[in-house]
Design a protein around this ligand. Structure first.
Ligand code: GLN
Length: 512
Protein backbone atom coordinates (compact mmCIF):
# COMPACT_ATOMS: atom_id res chain seq x y z
CA UNK A 1 0.00 0.00 0.00
CA UNK A 2 1.25 3.51 -0.78
CA UNK A 3 2.14 5.43 2.34
CA UNK A 4 -0.11 8.32 3.29
CA UNK A 5 1.95 11.32 2.17
CA UNK A 6 0.31 13.70 4.60
CA UNK A 7 1.14 11.53 7.60
CA UNK A 8 4.73 10.78 6.66
CA UNK A 9 5.61 14.41 5.99
CA UNK A 10 4.43 15.62 9.40
CA UNK A 11 7.06 16.67 11.91
CA UNK A 12 7.37 14.79 15.19
CA UNK A 13 5.93 17.82 17.04
CA UNK A 14 2.91 17.84 14.72
CA UNK A 15 2.37 14.10 15.08
CA UNK A 16 2.52 14.27 18.86
CA UNK A 17 0.02 17.15 18.93
CA UNK A 18 -2.34 15.40 16.50
CA UNK A 19 -2.17 12.15 18.46
CA UNK A 20 -2.76 13.96 21.76
CA UNK A 21 -5.81 15.79 20.39
CA UNK A 22 -7.20 12.65 18.80
CA UNK A 23 -6.98 14.09 15.29
CA UNK A 24 -5.07 11.00 14.17
CA UNK A 25 -4.22 7.80 15.99
CA UNK A 26 -0.68 6.67 16.60
CA UNK A 27 -1.62 3.40 14.89
CA UNK A 28 -2.51 5.30 11.70
CA UNK A 29 0.72 7.28 11.78
CA UNK A 30 2.77 4.17 12.51
CA UNK A 31 1.03 2.24 9.74
CA UNK A 32 1.82 5.04 7.27
CA UNK A 33 5.52 4.90 8.15
CA UNK A 34 5.60 1.10 7.98
CA UNK A 35 4.01 1.34 4.52
CA UNK A 36 6.62 3.89 3.52
CA UNK A 37 9.37 1.53 4.69
CA UNK A 38 7.83 -1.39 2.79
CA UNK A 39 7.61 0.76 -0.32
CA UNK A 40 11.04 2.40 -0.28
CA UNK A 41 13.48 0.34 1.75
CA UNK A 42 14.32 -1.99 -1.12
CA UNK A 43 16.09 1.08 -2.54
CA UNK A 44 17.23 2.90 0.59
CA UNK A 45 18.15 -0.07 2.79
CA UNK A 46 18.00 1.96 5.97
CA UNK A 47 16.69 -0.82 8.20
CA UNK A 48 18.32 -4.04 9.34
CA UNK A 49 15.19 -5.06 11.20
CA UNK A 50 11.61 -3.78 11.08
CA UNK A 51 9.54 -4.49 14.19
CA UNK A 52 6.12 -4.17 12.62
CA UNK A 53 4.09 -5.98 15.26
CA UNK A 54 5.86 -4.44 18.24
CA UNK A 55 5.56 -0.98 16.70
CA UNK A 56 1.82 -1.32 16.11
CA UNK A 57 1.39 -2.65 19.65
CA UNK A 58 3.32 0.29 21.10
CA UNK A 59 1.22 2.69 19.02
CA UNK A 60 -1.98 1.01 20.18
CA UNK A 61 -0.86 1.37 23.80
CA UNK A 62 -0.48 5.15 23.31
CA UNK A 63 -3.90 5.37 21.65
CA UNK A 64 -5.41 3.42 24.55
CA UNK A 65 -3.76 5.78 27.03
CA UNK A 66 -5.30 8.73 25.26
CA UNK A 67 -8.74 7.17 25.16
CA UNK A 68 -8.44 6.48 28.87
CA UNK A 69 -7.75 10.17 29.42
CA UNK A 70 -4.20 9.64 30.67
CA UNK A 71 -1.68 12.42 30.00
CA UNK A 72 0.69 11.82 27.08
CA UNK A 73 4.34 12.90 26.92
CA UNK A 74 5.63 15.36 24.28
CA UNK A 75 6.63 12.58 21.85
CA UNK A 76 4.00 9.97 22.63
CA UNK A 77 2.86 8.07 19.57
CA UNK A 78 5.69 9.32 17.32
CA UNK A 79 7.56 6.69 15.25
CA UNK A 80 11.34 6.47 15.47
CA UNK A 81 14.21 4.53 13.89
CA UNK A 82 16.83 3.21 16.32
CA UNK A 83 20.47 2.66 15.36
CA UNK A 84 21.38 -1.01 15.74
CA UNK A 85 24.00 -0.21 18.37
CA UNK A 86 21.39 0.12 21.15
CA UNK A 87 20.33 -3.03 22.95
CA UNK A 88 16.69 -4.03 22.61
CA UNK A 89 15.14 -7.02 24.37
CA UNK A 90 12.58 -7.60 21.64
CA UNK A 91 14.79 -7.15 18.57
CA UNK A 92 18.23 -8.37 17.50
CA UNK A 93 21.21 -6.06 18.01
CA UNK A 94 23.94 -6.64 15.43
CA UNK A 95 25.95 -3.40 15.40
CA UNK A 96 26.32 -4.04 11.68
CA UNK A 97 28.59 -7.01 12.45
CA UNK A 98 28.51 -10.71 11.63
CA UNK A 99 30.02 -11.41 15.01
CA UNK A 100 26.76 -10.41 16.70
CA UNK A 101 24.51 -12.24 14.24
CA UNK A 102 21.70 -13.93 16.13
CA UNK A 103 22.32 -12.07 19.38
CA UNK A 104 19.22 -11.00 21.24
CA UNK A 105 20.22 -8.76 24.15
CA UNK A 106 18.90 -9.61 27.62
CA UNK A 107 18.29 -5.96 28.52
CA UNK A 108 17.24 -2.62 27.03
CA UNK A 109 19.68 0.27 26.72
CA UNK A 110 18.72 3.20 28.95
CA UNK A 111 17.83 5.18 25.83
CA UNK A 112 15.68 2.33 24.48
CA UNK A 113 13.90 2.19 27.84
CA UNK A 114 13.42 5.98 27.99
CA UNK A 115 11.95 6.01 24.48
CA UNK A 116 9.49 3.26 25.35
CA UNK A 117 8.63 5.08 28.56
CA UNK A 118 7.93 8.25 26.59
CA UNK A 119 5.51 6.39 24.31
CA UNK A 120 7.82 6.73 21.29
CA UNK A 121 7.10 3.99 18.75
CA UNK A 122 10.28 2.12 17.76
CA UNK A 123 9.89 1.04 14.13
CA UNK A 124 13.04 -1.07 14.02
CA UNK A 125 16.83 -1.07 13.96
CA UNK A 126 18.87 0.86 11.41
CA UNK A 127 21.96 -0.03 9.44
CA UNK A 128 25.37 1.27 10.47
CA UNK A 129 29.07 0.86 9.85
CA UNK A 130 30.28 -2.18 11.77
CA UNK A 131 30.69 -1.20 15.43
CA UNK A 132 30.16 2.43 14.33
CA UNK A 133 33.53 2.56 12.57
CA UNK A 134 33.10 4.44 9.33
CA UNK A 135 31.55 7.40 7.54
CA UNK A 136 29.36 5.79 4.89
CA UNK A 137 27.66 2.56 6.17
CA UNK A 138 29.80 0.70 3.63
CA UNK A 139 31.52 -1.07 6.53
CA UNK A 140 28.24 -2.73 7.50
CA UNK A 141 28.38 -6.51 7.18
CA UNK A 142 24.89 -6.27 5.70
CA UNK A 143 25.62 -3.93 2.77
CA UNK A 144 25.38 -0.15 2.49
CA UNK A 145 22.39 2.12 2.95
CA UNK A 146 21.64 4.61 0.18
CA UNK A 147 21.20 8.37 0.36
CA UNK A 148 17.57 9.22 -0.50
CA UNK A 149 18.74 12.40 -2.27
CA UNK A 150 20.68 10.29 -4.75
CA UNK A 151 20.62 6.54 -4.32
CA UNK A 152 24.08 6.15 -5.85
CA UNK A 153 25.56 8.11 -2.92
CA UNK A 154 26.26 7.23 0.70
CA UNK A 155 23.98 8.53 3.47
CA UNK A 156 27.03 9.20 5.67
CA UNK A 157 28.00 7.11 8.63
CA UNK A 158 28.24 5.51 10.92
CA UNK A 159 24.56 6.34 11.71
CA UNK A 160 23.75 6.22 7.98
CA UNK A 161 20.73 3.93 8.28
CA UNK A 162 19.24 6.40 10.74
CA UNK A 163 19.89 9.43 8.52
CA UNK A 164 18.62 7.63 5.41
CA UNK A 165 15.41 6.60 7.21
CA UNK A 166 14.60 10.16 8.29
CA UNK A 167 15.55 11.70 4.92
CA UNK A 168 13.39 9.10 3.12
CA UNK A 169 10.38 9.91 5.33
CA UNK A 170 10.40 6.41 6.76
CA UNK A 171 10.51 7.96 10.24
CA UNK A 172 10.34 11.55 11.50
CA UNK A 173 12.98 10.83 14.13
CA UNK A 174 16.01 8.61 14.60
CA UNK A 175 18.66 7.98 17.20
CA UNK A 176 22.33 7.74 16.30
CA UNK A 177 25.65 7.73 18.12
CA UNK A 178 28.51 10.14 17.56
CA UNK A 179 32.06 9.11 18.45
CA UNK A 180 33.87 11.20 15.85
CA UNK A 181 31.00 12.67 13.86
CA UNK A 182 28.61 9.79 13.24
CA UNK A 183 25.45 11.81 13.89
CA UNK A 184 26.48 15.19 12.48
CA UNK A 185 28.14 13.94 9.28
CA UNK A 186 25.20 11.72 8.15
CA UNK A 187 22.80 14.53 9.12
CA UNK A 188 24.77 16.99 6.98
CA UNK A 189 24.87 14.83 3.87
CA UNK A 190 21.17 13.86 4.18
CA UNK A 191 19.89 17.40 4.80
CA UNK A 192 18.91 16.79 8.43
CA UNK A 193 19.43 18.20 11.90
CA UNK A 194 21.79 15.98 13.92
CA UNK A 195 23.01 16.62 17.43
CA UNK A 196 25.88 15.29 19.50
CA UNK A 197 24.92 16.28 23.04
CA UNK A 198 27.57 17.14 25.59
CA UNK A 199 29.53 13.95 26.41
CA UNK A 200 27.82 12.34 29.39
CA UNK A 201 24.56 14.15 28.69
CA UNK A 202 22.98 11.05 27.12
CA UNK A 203 23.47 7.58 28.54
CA UNK A 204 25.86 4.97 27.11
CA UNK A 205 24.30 2.12 29.11
CA UNK A 206 23.33 -0.53 26.57
CA UNK A 207 25.20 1.16 23.72
CA UNK A 208 27.64 -1.40 22.31
CA UNK A 209 30.95 0.31 23.08
CA UNK A 210 33.30 1.62 20.38
CA UNK A 211 35.42 4.30 22.12
CA UNK A 212 33.96 4.83 25.55
CA UNK A 213 35.47 8.25 26.25
CA UNK A 214 33.89 9.60 23.05
CA UNK A 215 30.65 7.66 22.34
CA UNK A 216 27.61 9.96 22.60
CA UNK A 217 24.03 9.07 21.61
CA UNK A 218 21.88 11.81 20.10
CA UNK A 219 18.95 12.77 17.86
CA UNK A 220 18.45 13.01 14.09
CA UNK A 221 15.39 14.85 12.78
CA UNK A 222 14.12 16.99 9.91
CA UNK A 223 13.60 20.08 12.10
CA UNK A 224 15.45 21.71 14.98
CA UNK A 225 12.42 21.54 17.29
CA UNK A 226 11.97 17.81 16.65
CA UNK A 227 15.64 17.24 17.48
CA UNK A 228 15.20 19.21 20.71
CA UNK A 229 12.15 17.19 21.76
CA UNK A 230 14.06 13.96 21.22
CA UNK A 231 17.19 15.33 22.91
CA UNK A 232 15.08 16.18 25.95
CA UNK A 233 13.41 12.75 25.98
CA UNK A 234 16.65 10.74 26.00
CA UNK A 235 18.84 12.92 28.23
CA UNK A 236 19.51 13.22 31.91
CA UNK A 237 21.51 11.45 34.56
CA UNK A 238 21.78 7.66 34.43
CA UNK A 239 23.33 5.95 37.46
CA UNK A 240 24.10 2.94 35.24
CA UNK A 241 26.61 4.92 33.17
CA UNK A 242 29.68 5.90 35.19
CA UNK A 243 30.40 8.93 32.98
CA UNK A 244 26.80 10.18 32.91
CA UNK A 245 26.62 13.79 34.10
CA UNK A 246 24.54 14.46 37.17
CA UNK A 247 23.30 17.83 35.97
CA UNK A 248 20.01 19.26 34.71
CA UNK A 249 19.33 18.79 30.98
CA UNK A 250 20.03 22.14 29.26
CA UNK A 251 16.77 23.89 28.19
CA UNK A 252 16.96 22.68 24.59
CA UNK A 253 13.24 22.73 23.78
CA UNK A 254 12.77 26.28 25.03
CA UNK A 255 15.79 27.36 22.98
CA UNK A 256 14.45 25.67 19.84
CA UNK A 257 11.19 27.57 20.31
CA UNK A 258 13.00 30.90 20.72
CA UNK A 259 15.22 31.35 17.71
CA UNK A 260 17.09 34.51 18.58
CA UNK A 261 20.71 35.25 17.88
CA UNK A 262 20.64 39.03 18.35
CA UNK A 263 23.81 39.97 20.20
CA UNK A 264 25.10 36.39 20.25
CA UNK A 265 28.84 36.13 19.66
CA UNK A 266 29.55 33.56 16.95
CA UNK A 267 33.10 32.51 16.07
CA UNK A 268 33.97 31.08 12.67
CA UNK A 269 36.80 28.57 13.17
CA UNK A 270 39.76 29.57 10.99
CA UNK A 271 41.14 26.04 10.77
CA UNK A 272 37.88 24.43 9.58
CA UNK A 273 36.83 25.48 6.15
CA UNK A 274 39.76 26.31 3.92
CA UNK A 275 41.71 23.88 1.82
CA UNK A 276 40.06 20.50 1.22
CA UNK A 277 36.51 21.88 1.47
CA UNK A 278 34.35 21.77 -1.65
CA UNK A 279 33.48 25.18 -3.07
CA UNK A 280 29.74 24.50 -2.96
CA UNK A 281 30.01 23.67 0.73
CA UNK A 282 31.87 26.92 1.39
CA UNK A 283 29.40 28.93 -0.69
CA UNK A 284 26.43 27.77 1.36
CA UNK A 285 28.35 28.06 4.62
CA UNK A 286 29.43 31.64 3.90
CA UNK A 287 25.87 32.60 2.94
CA UNK A 288 24.61 31.18 6.22
CA UNK A 289 27.19 33.24 8.11
CA UNK A 290 25.83 36.35 6.39
CA UNK A 291 22.30 35.33 7.33
CA UNK A 292 23.31 34.96 10.98
CA UNK A 293 24.98 38.37 10.86
CA UNK A 294 21.86 39.92 9.35
CA UNK A 295 19.90 38.48 12.29
CA UNK A 296 22.07 40.47 14.70
CA UNK A 297 24.76 37.94 15.63
CA UNK A 298 28.28 39.28 16.13
CA UNK A 299 30.54 37.28 13.84
CA UNK A 300 34.28 37.04 14.39
CA UNK A 301 36.97 34.68 13.22
CA UNK A 302 38.53 32.52 15.92
CA UNK A 303 41.67 30.44 15.59
CA UNK A 304 41.87 27.01 17.24
CA UNK A 305 45.42 26.10 16.30
CA UNK A 306 45.42 22.52 17.57
CA UNK A 307 42.32 21.43 15.64
CA UNK A 308 44.63 20.44 12.79
CA UNK A 309 45.93 17.60 14.98
CA UNK A 310 42.48 16.34 15.96
CA UNK A 311 42.17 13.72 13.23
CA UNK A 312 45.50 11.96 13.91
CA UNK A 313 44.88 12.11 17.67
CA UNK A 314 41.42 10.59 17.21
CA UNK A 315 42.80 7.78 15.06
CA UNK A 316 45.07 6.78 17.93
CA UNK A 317 42.61 7.26 20.81
CA UNK A 318 39.50 5.71 19.22
CA UNK A 319 41.30 2.57 17.94
CA UNK A 320 43.07 2.19 21.30
CA UNK A 321 39.77 2.18 23.15
CA UNK A 322 38.12 -0.08 20.58
CA UNK A 323 40.94 -2.64 20.75
CA UNK A 324 40.13 -3.01 24.43
CA UNK A 325 36.33 -2.81 24.11
CA UNK A 326 36.14 -5.38 21.32
CA UNK A 327 38.12 -7.96 23.28
CA UNK A 328 34.79 -9.05 24.75
CA UNK A 329 33.83 -10.69 21.45
CA UNK A 330 35.56 -13.93 22.33
CA UNK A 331 33.19 -16.46 20.70
CA UNK A 332 31.94 -17.54 24.12
CA UNK A 333 29.53 -14.84 25.20
CA UNK A 334 27.80 -13.49 22.10
CA UNK A 335 26.48 -14.47 18.69
CA UNK A 336 28.84 -16.16 16.28
CA UNK A 337 31.06 -19.17 17.10
CA UNK A 338 33.28 -20.66 14.40
CA UNK A 339 35.33 -23.88 14.44
CA UNK A 340 33.93 -25.35 17.67
CA UNK A 341 34.18 -29.01 16.64
CA UNK A 342 34.67 -30.35 20.15
CA UNK A 343 38.43 -30.72 19.67
CA UNK A 344 39.55 -27.15 18.97
CA UNK A 345 40.95 -25.16 21.88
CA UNK A 346 39.14 -22.09 23.19
CA UNK A 347 41.93 -19.97 21.72
CA UNK A 348 41.52 -21.51 18.27
CA UNK A 349 37.75 -20.98 18.34
CA UNK A 350 38.25 -17.40 19.47
CA UNK A 351 40.71 -16.69 16.72
CA UNK A 352 38.62 -18.36 13.99
CA UNK A 353 35.50 -16.56 15.18
CA UNK A 354 37.14 -13.13 15.25
CA UNK A 355 38.73 -13.74 11.85
CA UNK A 356 35.36 -14.62 10.34
CA UNK A 357 33.18 -12.28 12.38
CA UNK A 358 34.97 -8.93 12.10
CA UNK A 359 35.23 -6.94 8.87
CA UNK A 360 38.41 -5.38 7.49
CA UNK A 361 38.00 -1.92 9.03
CA UNK A 362 37.32 -3.32 12.51
CA UNK A 363 40.42 -5.50 12.24
CA UNK A 364 42.46 -2.52 11.07
CA UNK A 365 41.34 -0.48 14.09
CA UNK A 366 42.04 -3.30 16.55
CA UNK A 367 45.55 -3.65 15.14
CA UNK A 368 46.18 0.12 15.18
CA UNK A 369 44.91 0.37 18.74
CA UNK A 370 46.81 -2.64 20.03
CA UNK A 371 49.97 -1.20 18.50
CA UNK A 372 49.40 2.28 19.95
CA UNK A 373 48.88 0.81 23.43
CA UNK A 374 51.77 -1.64 23.35
CA UNK A 375 54.66 -1.23 25.71
CA UNK A 376 57.39 0.86 24.15
CA UNK A 377 54.97 2.71 21.86
CA UNK A 378 52.37 3.78 24.42
CA UNK A 379 54.02 7.10 25.29
CA UNK A 380 54.85 7.96 21.70
CA UNK A 381 51.36 7.26 20.35
CA UNK A 382 48.53 6.94 22.87
CA UNK A 383 50.17 9.25 25.42
CA UNK A 384 50.96 11.89 22.81
CA UNK A 385 47.42 11.73 21.43
CA UNK A 386 46.04 12.33 24.92
CA UNK A 387 48.24 15.41 25.23
CA UNK A 388 46.86 16.70 21.93
CA UNK A 389 43.38 16.06 23.27
CA UNK A 390 44.12 18.35 26.20
CA UNK A 391 45.40 21.06 23.87
CA UNK A 392 42.23 20.85 21.78
CA UNK A 393 40.09 21.20 24.91
CA UNK A 394 42.17 24.28 25.79
CA UNK A 395 41.58 25.74 22.33
CA UNK A 396 37.85 25.38 22.92
CA UNK A 397 38.11 26.91 26.40
CA UNK A 398 40.04 29.91 25.06
CA UNK A 399 37.61 30.32 22.16
CA UNK A 400 34.59 30.25 24.46
CA UNK A 401 36.05 33.14 26.43
CA UNK A 402 35.64 35.25 23.30
CA UNK A 403 32.47 33.82 21.73
CA UNK A 404 29.28 32.00 22.73
CA UNK A 405 29.36 29.38 19.97
CA UNK A 406 31.74 28.30 17.22
CA UNK A 407 30.66 27.40 13.70
CA UNK A 408 32.13 25.64 10.66
CA UNK A 409 30.99 23.54 7.73
CA UNK A 410 30.03 20.11 9.13
CA UNK A 411 31.76 18.15 6.37
CA UNK A 412 34.34 19.00 3.71
CA UNK A 413 32.13 17.66 0.90
CA UNK A 414 28.55 16.68 0.12
CA UNK A 415 27.58 12.99 -0.02
CA UNK A 416 30.17 10.99 -1.95
CA UNK A 417 29.44 8.07 -4.25
CA UNK A 418 29.06 4.53 -2.96
CA UNK A 419 32.37 2.76 -3.56
CA UNK A 420 34.36 5.97 -4.07
CA UNK A 421 36.34 5.81 -0.82
CA UNK A 422 36.22 2.14 0.23
CA UNK A 423 39.77 1.45 -0.92
CA UNK A 424 41.14 4.59 0.69
CA UNK A 425 40.69 4.66 4.49
CA UNK A 426 42.36 8.08 4.74
CA UNK A 427 39.84 9.65 2.33
CA UNK A 428 37.06 8.06 4.38
CA UNK A 429 38.53 9.38 7.66
CA UNK A 430 38.66 12.93 6.26
CA UNK A 431 34.85 13.10 6.26
CA UNK A 432 35.10 13.80 10.00
CA UNK A 433 37.76 16.48 9.84
CA UNK A 434 35.50 19.15 11.30
CA UNK A 435 33.45 17.07 13.71
CA UNK A 436 36.20 15.25 15.64
CA UNK A 437 37.45 18.22 17.74
CA UNK A 438 34.06 18.39 19.48
CA UNK A 439 34.26 14.71 20.41
CA UNK A 440 37.78 14.99 21.78
CA UNK A 441 36.77 17.90 24.01
CA UNK A 442 33.32 16.54 24.93
CA UNK A 443 31.48 19.66 23.74
CA UNK A 444 27.92 19.85 22.46
CA UNK A 445 27.60 20.17 18.67
CA UNK A 446 24.90 20.20 16.00
CA UNK A 447 24.68 20.01 12.24
CA UNK A 448 21.87 22.02 10.69
CA UNK A 449 21.00 22.16 6.96
CA UNK A 450 22.16 25.33 5.17
CA UNK A 451 21.06 24.68 1.62
CA UNK A 452 22.08 22.63 -1.39
CA UNK A 453 25.50 22.82 -3.01
CA UNK A 454 25.19 24.57 -6.39
CA UNK A 455 27.34 22.03 -8.25
CA UNK A 456 25.51 18.84 -7.31
CA UNK A 457 22.25 19.91 -5.66
CA UNK A 458 23.08 17.91 -2.53
CA UNK A 459 22.59 19.05 1.08
CA UNK A 460 25.23 21.02 2.98
CA UNK A 461 25.41 21.13 6.78
CA UNK A 462 26.57 23.91 9.09
CA UNK A 463 28.13 22.82 12.36
CA UNK A 464 27.48 24.71 15.59
CA UNK A 465 29.66 23.94 18.64
CA UNK A 466 28.85 25.03 22.18
CA UNK A 467 30.57 24.62 25.56
CA UNK A 468 29.94 21.59 27.75
CA UNK A 469 26.33 21.63 29.02
CA UNK A 470 25.42 24.66 26.91
CA UNK A 471 23.57 22.45 24.41
CA UNK A 472 20.67 24.93 24.40
CA UNK A 473 22.84 27.43 22.47
CA UNK A 474 22.99 24.98 19.55
CA UNK A 475 19.23 25.02 19.33
CA UNK A 476 19.00 28.78 19.59
CA UNK A 477 21.35 29.25 16.64
CA UNK A 478 20.06 26.23 14.70
CA UNK A 479 16.43 27.31 14.98
CA UNK A 480 17.28 30.89 13.99
CA UNK A 481 19.12 29.73 10.91
CA UNK A 482 16.38 27.26 10.02
CA UNK A 483 13.69 29.95 10.26
CA UNK A 484 15.70 32.47 8.26
CA UNK A 485 16.56 30.01 5.50
CA UNK A 486 12.96 28.84 5.39
CA UNK A 487 11.70 32.27 4.59
CA UNK A 488 14.45 32.92 2.06
CA UNK A 489 14.50 29.84 -0.09
CA UNK A 490 11.88 27.47 1.18
CA UNK A 491 12.13 24.86 3.84
CA UNK A 492 14.57 22.01 3.29
CA UNK A 493 11.50 19.80 3.61
CA UNK A 494 10.23 21.18 0.34
CA UNK A 495 13.45 20.29 -1.35
CA UNK A 496 13.26 16.88 0.24
CA UNK A 497 10.06 16.29 -1.68
CA UNK A 498 12.51 15.42 -4.43
CA UNK A 499 13.63 12.49 -2.31
CA UNK A 500 10.00 11.65 -1.64
CA UNK A 501 9.17 11.37 -5.31
CA UNK A 502 12.48 10.03 -6.41
CA UNK A 503 12.88 7.10 -4.08
CA UNK A 504 11.26 4.09 -5.62
CA UNK A 505 10.28 6.22 -8.60
CA UNK A 506 11.06 5.54 -12.23
CA UNK A 507 13.92 8.03 -12.39
CA UNK A 508 15.97 6.33 -9.69
CA UNK A 509 15.08 2.81 -10.74
CA UNK A 510 16.52 3.64 -14.13
CA UNK A 511 19.85 3.33 -12.32
CA UNK A 512 21.05 6.87 -11.91
N1 GLN B 1 33.85 8.16 11.02
C1 GLN B 1 34.51 8.11 12.29
C2 GLN B 1 35.15 6.76 12.48
O1 GLN B 1 35.16 6.03 11.57
C3 GLN B 1 33.52 8.41 13.39
C4 GLN B 1 32.64 7.27 13.72
C5 GLN B 1 31.65 7.55 14.79
O2 GLN B 1 31.42 8.70 15.18
N2 GLN B 1 31.09 6.49 15.32
O3 GLN B 1 35.65 6.44 13.50
Amino acid sequence: MAADTELITMTAAQIAAAVASGEVSSVEVTRAHLDRIAQTDVHVRAFLYVAEEAALAAAQAVDDQRTAGQPLGPLAGVPLALKDVFTTTDMPTTCGSRILAGWQPPYDATITARLRQAGVVILGKTNMDEFAMGSSTENSAFGPSHNPWDLSRVPGGSSGGSSAAVAAYQAPLAIGTDTGGSIRQPAAVCGLVGVKPTYGGSSRYGVVAFASSLDTPGPLARTVLDAALLHQAISGHDPRDSTSLDAPVPPVVAAARNPDVAGLRIGVVTELGGEGYASGVLTRFNEAVEVLESLGAKITEVSCPHFSYALPAYYLIAPSECSSNLARFDAMRYGLRVGDDGRASAEEVMSLTRAAGFGAEVKRRIMLGTYALSSGYYDAYYGKAQQVRTLIARDFAAAFEQVDVLISPTTPTTAFSIGERVEDPMAMYLADLATIPGNLAGNAAMSVPCGLAPEDGLPVGLQIMAPVLADDRLYRVGAALEAALDSRRGHPLLAEARGLEGVGGAEQEAGR
